[in-house]
Ligand binder design. Structure first.
Ligand SMILES: Cc1ncc(COP(=O)(O)O)c(C=O)c1O
Length: 452
């Protein structure tokens, strides 16, 4: 690529922005109405987009349709939830059957026992409690770590997202002037409304730097737990360096600090037993949500006998009106037992090879400043000419302009993706080879257009 590419990128970006706007007049109309009643015109700030979001009317298998009738192959898959594909017959049938038998009792049900047994088996931790989202799962994990150790502070990784409760809304995407020194990153609240006193209880270390954690745990005796996303999945895909997760396991065990894996995204998507299985490292607590519910809100927190005993002893309160709700449990049971079978993981592995290999080939052929990285159903093209290993290397090297233009090519080329550099593709069992090749084909058009 040459220096004149900047003008070309800007010109193409303007043209495709306009094309997307022209194709989505009904979304524009819905937005005008929506923003009168919902801030930003959306139910969650993560769905905001300028000049307007794309409102979706439905989906089936690997496809979604927007309110203008545009059809896309879905690689967004509901922020990584729909690894089963849309309206999977087994999941839809389980939900329909349960809906006809009563949807909520706030009394325990048998399906929750079967789902708990399967999650315990897959994630190699003996005890399970349910909740309703990733936020609740990480909130419960923080309570458990604090309740078990009697200490207040939590360590998180700079640049990771673990949901929207106070203890983890810290240094999620800190601005460059607020980072603090590399060996002592500052704790920055991610949102107004998070009290400074709460933020101060959350300490921050870089990803892929076990020595930083060792130094922190040696210096302080007030740390209850360390929460880590085993693969950083909110700045594309950032893999742990070989030995990093093993080092975290060893260091936390030696210091008597609880190790929490936030597997809300890696969960059942990168392997049947998530990062625990993929990397062979067993933490003290695993947080799950997203894909385990097959598209119905659910979450779970799994832990060791000793830690989870704090719940049965009544010390740590783990609560929720909708925990283990029949609809969520029916969808989870169908997802785990009927859809995400060994054959499904075999197919996801083949699909990953196909899309990753295709994108890699395009990058090489056109000499793009990018590389491909993936694990199971998760993967992406990282627009950077050096490997990103943590939030600071992302902040400096990630080419947001190319990422955004690639997104516009996909959206106008019939590929549904999340905007921004935070996300990655999520493959589903419904993606055909033709779907995967379509993704690569659009990516090639993008590559050609900026290098021609
Ligand atoms: C790693 C991780 N943890 C927790 C959460 C929060 O999950 P939820 O949006 O279900 O509250 C997310 C959401 O994107 C996530 O990616």
């Amino acid at each position: 690529m040459t220096s004149t590419d900047q003008d070309r990128i800007a010109e193409l970006t303007d043209r495709l922005e306009q094309e997307l706007t022209d194709r989505t007049p009904r979304s524009q109309e819905v937005y005008q109405r929506a923003k009168l009643v919902m801030p930003g015109g959306v139910p969650s700030s993560f769905q905001e987009r300028e000049p307007h979001p794309i409102y979706v009317s439905g989906g089936s298998g690997s496809k979604v349709i927007d309110v203008d009738g545009n059809e896309y192959i879905d690689f967004h898959n509901g922020f990584g939830v729909m690894v089963v594909g849309h309206a999977h017959p087994a999941v839809a049938a389980a939900i329909a059957k349960t809906a006809g038998q009563g949807t909520h009792f706030a009394a325990p049900n048998e399906a929750s026992v079967r789902v708990a047994e399967e999650l315990a088996r897959r994630f190699r931790l003996p005890k399970v409690r349910f909740c309703n989202s990733g936020t609740e799962a990480t909130m419960d994990a923080v309570h458990l770590a604090r309740g078990f150790t009697g200490k207040d502070c939590i360590v998180k990784i700079e640049g990771t997202y673990h949901g929207h409760h106070d203890a983890v809304m810290v240094s999620v995407k800190p601005p460059p002037d607020k980072l603090g020194p590399p060996d002592a990153p500052a704790s920055n609240p991610f949102s107004a409304g998070v009290p400074r006193a709460e933020t101060n209880l959350t300490l921050v270390v870089p990803f892929n730097d076990p020595d930083a954690l060792e130094r922190l745990l040696s210096a302080r005796a007030d740390i209850a737990g360390v929460i880590v996303e085993p693969i950083m999945l909110n700045i594309g895909v950032v893999m742990p360096k070989p030995g990093y997760l093993e080092a975290l396991r060893e260091i936390t065990a030696r210091h008597g600090v609880v190790l929490i894996f936030d597997e809300v995204k890696t969960g059942i998507t990168i392997a049947p037993g998530g990062a625990v299985e993929y990397f062979g490292v067993i933490p003290d607590i695993v947080c799950l949500a997203k894909a385990i519910g097959g598209g119905v809100p659910t979450g779970a927190v799994l832990g060791t006998e000793e830690i989870m005993a704090t719940i049965s002893e009544g010390k740590v309160k783990q609560l929720g009106t909708f925990n283990g709700n029949p609809l969520s449990m029916a969808a989870a049971e169908a997802t785990l037992f009927e859809v995400m079978t060994p054959d499904a993981y075999k197919r996801l592995g083949e699909a990953a090879e196909r899309i990753e290999g295709g994108c890699r080939e395009v990058i090489d052929r056109y000499g793009l400043p990018a590389y491909v990285v993936g694990a199971g159903a998760k993967g992406c093209v990282m627009f950077s000419d050096t490997t990103i290993t943590d939030y600071r290397s992302y902040a400096v090297n990630f080419r947001e302009d190319l990422n955004n233009l690639g997104w516009l090519f996909h959206m106008t080329g019939g590929v549904f993706m999340t905007p921004g550099g935070d996300e990655q593709w999520t493959l589903s069992v419904a993606h055909s080879d033709a779907n995967l090749d379509h993704y690569v084909g659009v990516f090639e058009k993008f590559a050609k257009s900026i290098t021609a």
